[in-house]
Design a protein around this ligand. Structure first.
Ligand code: GCU
Length: 424
């Protein structure tokens, strides 16, 4: 719930100074791409690990995956593949749901994103495994007693226009975030954290990963699989809200993500913390104590003490294409703070020899701008909509389309495709 003390008044935004992306912590200026890559980028990445998201481990040596199901979908226009990734010999595992355009030969560009309530919620396709794991209660989405019921099939399909994505020649991969770490504060006993505890350890250290770190780690484990799949080409990572914070952190840590999208990620995502507009660091740490590393709590009501701000997270994506999206009614996420962060990351893109954000001012509602950094503020509230997807598909066309479009297949137009129809 949004607290009553949130600031939504631009006049109450305090004066602040952002850390300069092109100046080292010791004051040394960064004047060329090589020094950015060798010195400043690692310094910033380390600051985010220590103060915000925590250190995260690599993959475990005994990880493995198996294809659990394959078939045709969307009346033959797509191939569906379900893959179970075992993070370790024992313990939690995650299911990847993959839709690939039918008739494609060779690798296709792919979107990957975590979902909130199970893979079976993204499309009303009876062949998708119904997720058996713990979920946040949401009766309207068919979650009863913290478990998915068959009623939840397809309940969030408006966020995943699979038919449109396929029609544009992209594959889509998704994973339930709770397979990696359930979204509640249990002291990190469930999920993937215990797989890495040393003898006697019961909780990650103050500078080690919380749940957002674990989710981002899970996206990299999905990437491990996707890289092994001959149908999959460049991978764009995206996420809404808490899962948008996650897509940014995954993109920052794992350069294999070729394009990164933040859909209304807000506080701890794309929005500048120093503005204290909408959700603040105190709000987020108190409501979701498990999301960030424990060190982040030091910055409750002390945003100016942070040696970073979220524009530097965006700068870590450079020179890869980055899209930041806001919604006009989603003040909790601070749309202006998201835009200003994208703008403040722009000099890094320019230093690296590409164009950045082609906008001096915040664009008008529903007027996207797309350079190497894209941005839009759309009408409406907090959600991942067909409008958002349509911009991301255009943006991906712009940046990932060196590969030829799939051949041997006439793709239907996006018109009239709801993504709701059952698979064959
Ligand atoms: C809450 C939270 C946000 C988060 C959002 C979501 O509103 O305060 O930080 O982004 O949930 O994930 O939907």
């Amino acid at each position: 719930m949004e607290p009553t003390d949130a600031n939504y008044d631009e006049d109450q935004v305090p004066a602040y100074t952002l850390p300069d992306p092109l100046v080292m912590a010791n004051g040394e200026p960064i004047a060329d791409a090589a020094t950015w890559t060798q010195k400043r980028r690692p310094e910033i990445l380390q600051l985010f690990k220590t103060h915000v998201y925590g250190e995260m481990p690599g993959p475990l040596a005994d990880a493995r995956w198996e294809i659990t199901e394959e078939g045709q979908a969307l009346a033959g226009r797509a191939r569906r593949r379900q893959i179970r990734v075992h993070f370790a010999a024992d313990g939690p595992c995650m299911d990847i749901l993959l839709y690939i355009p039918a008739g494609t030969q060779g690798p296709v560009p792919t979107f990957v994103g975590l979902n909130f309530f199970g893979n079976h919620t993204v499309l009303r396709d009876p062949n998708i495994h119904l997720n058996p794991n713990w979920m946040r209660p949401e009766r309207k989405n068919g979650i009863v007693d913290n478990r998915a019921t068959p009623d939840s099939r397809g309940c969030l399909s408006h966020r995943w226009p699979v038919a449109d994505i396929i029609a544009r020649g992209y594959a889509l991969a998704t994973v339930y975030s709770g397979d990696i770490d359930p979204d509640y504060d249990d002291g990190y006993h469930n999920g993937v954290h215990p797989l890495f505890y040393k003898e006697g350890q019961t909780r990650p250290g103050p500078d080690q990963w919380g749940t957002i770190g674990a989710w981002a780690w899970g996206l990299s484990r999905a990437m491990d699989y996707l890289q092994s799949d001959a149908d999959i080409g460049d991978v764009a990572v995206l996420g809404l809200s808490r899962l948008g914070k996650t897509s940014l952190w995954a993109g920052a840590c794992d350069p294999r993500f070729a394009l990164v999208i933040s859909n209304e990620s807000g506080c701890g995502g794309a929005a500048l913390s120093r503005r204290r507009y909408g959700e603040t660091i105190r709000h987020i740490n108190e409501s979701f104590p498990h999301w960030f590393c424990d060190n982040f709590r030091r910055y409750n009501d002390a945003e100016d003490d942070l040696p970073l701000d979220q524009h530097l997270l965006l700068a870590l994506i450079a020179p890869r294409p980055l899209y930041v999206a806001s919604a006009v009614e989603d003040r909790w996420c601070d749309p202006r703070g998201e835009f200003l962060a994208a703008q403040a990351a722009d000099p890094v893109y320019r230093l690296l020899g590409c164009d950045g954000l082609p906008a001096d001012e915040m664009p008008a509602v529903d007027q996207p701008v797309q350079g190497r950094i894209g941005y839009h503020i759309r009408s409406g509230g907090h959600d991942l909509t067909a409008y958002d997807w349509s911009q991301y598909l255009d943006f991906a066309d712009l940046h990932l389309r060196e590969r030829p479009m799939p051949t041997g297949q006439d793709f239907p137009t996006a018109d009239g495709e709801s993504g709701l129809e059952p698979a064959l």
